[in-house]
Design a protein around this ligand. Structure first.
Ligand SMILES: *Cc1c(COP(=O)(O)O)cnc(C)c1O
Length: 368
């Protein structure tokens, strides 16, 4: 590789170099197969082995208990916004409770409303421009809710649940797209977890779903097969051609997390230390950098801030680009800067950004 920049893109996002190199080798020839990973049949033994190892490693890393299925689907997290209520809300006569903490959860909610009585259970988010999370005491769920939906990390606003809310016996469903595999989670507290792969778990085209098997009995008859969790589970994600290369890249990521990082607790520790480098600058220079998320709601994956003087934002981004710190522009709905520092962002990249933030502030004549 000639030159590698530090890529702070929210997704598709940075991948470990080791994973890229292994994927590159497999694109030419998958270990002793005499053909490329892009050429193998999804019904081959080679792919069966890849699928089985991916599921086993994900299960091990996340501590997925017995009684859950891991599915490899397509359509991105956005298709899950629809597939979830089709399977678990349509025709039930119940409500589905959505905890809206940012843009993605709001999109999921809009899709659920097409299928049934979706309800937003917390109105504090929008009023605060989605900069903080609800306290457990603010969440009053419908006793008969089909499920409760949360977005564990809101990628655009940069707010992340430190742990999941307690929903009692109501199944908890989570869009974990942008913090999947970034830290351990208590899978047994969830009914269903979904994540598109291109933020923290590989490449676009693969969506991982982890679903509690007893919920599959609730799936109504007559759904299109591709949108039927029960059928996808019964066919072990092989109803049609699964995203073979995406599953392979996920496997490489899972091996990297296990063997090179040492598991998700270790990964979380590394991620927290990386995020602290940036949040420390925000905390130490509040007259210059205005962090978006409230301190107790901060994301370890997407760090968002404005400049107190918004006119400096373009100059900040341009200067960063000159130092190979790329894709830092915030989403238009929040503005400012967003640094996405997923698992694969090396600490050196975050240090380089931190140093640049301090230098930029000095250049502008702000007190250091
Ligand atoms: C990126 C993202 C999505 C959308 O994912 P697609 O695969 O593009 O549909 C949904 N939810 C969250 C939290 C995301 O970060």
């Amino acid at each position: 590789m000639s030159k590698r920049v530090f890529n702070f893109s929210p997704g598709p996002a940075v991948l470990p170099v080791k994973v890229l190199e292994e994927a590159q080798r497999a694109v030419v020839e998958l270990d002793g197969q005499g053909m490329s990973i892009l050429e193998i049949s999804h019904r081959s033994k080679a792919f069966d082995d890849i699928l089985a190892e991916s599921k086993a490693l994900l299960g091990e890393l996340l501590g997925v208990p017995a009684g859950y299925s891991i599915l490899f689907l397509q359509g991105g997290a956005s298709l899950q916004f629809s597939m979830l209520p089709m399977n678990f809300l349509r025709g039930t006569g119940r409500t589905a409770d959505y905890v809206l903490t940012g843009s993605w959860g709001t999109k999921a909610f809009e899709e659920a409303k097409r299928e049934g009585a979706a309800r937003s259970v917390w109105e504090g988010g929008k009023a605060g421009n989605y900069s903080y999370l609800p306290a457990q005491s603010e969440l009053k769920f419908s006793p008969n809710a089909a499920y409760v939906h949360i977005t564990s990390n809101e990628t655009i606003q940069g707010v992340e649940f430190p742990s999941q809310p307690d929903t009692g016996s109501i199944p908890l469903v989570c869009d974990a797209s942008s913090n999947f595999l970034s830290r351990p989670i208590a899978v047994d507290r969830y009914g269903l977890i979904y994540a598109c792969a291109q933020k923290n778990a590989g490449i676009a085209g693969l969506t991982v779903v982890i679903v509690r098997d007893d919920l599959l009995a609730r799936v109504p008859q007559g759904l299109p097969p591709m949108l039927d969790y029960k059928l996808q589970a019964a066919n072990d994600s092989h109803y049609n051609t699964p995203p073979v290369f995406g599953v392979y890249v996920l496997l490489l990521i899972a091996r990297w997390l296990k063997n090179d990082i040492g598991g998700l607790a270790k990964m979380a520790e590394i991620n927290r230390a990386k995020a602290r480098l940036l949040y420390d600058v925000l905390d130490q220079h509040p007259g210059f950098y205005a962090g978006h998320a409230r301190a107790d709601s901060r994301s370890m994956m997407n760090v968002t801030w404005r400049m107190q003087n918004p006119e400096l934002e373009a100059a900040f981004i341009k200067g960063a680009q000159g130092r190979d710190l790329v894709d830092l522009k915030g989403h238009r709905s929040v503005g400012g800067i967003r640094a996405s520092i997923y698992n694969a962002m090396p600490r050196e990249g975050v240090v380089a950004l931190r140093d640049y933030m301090l230098e930029f502030l000095k250049q502008q004549g702000a007190s250091p």
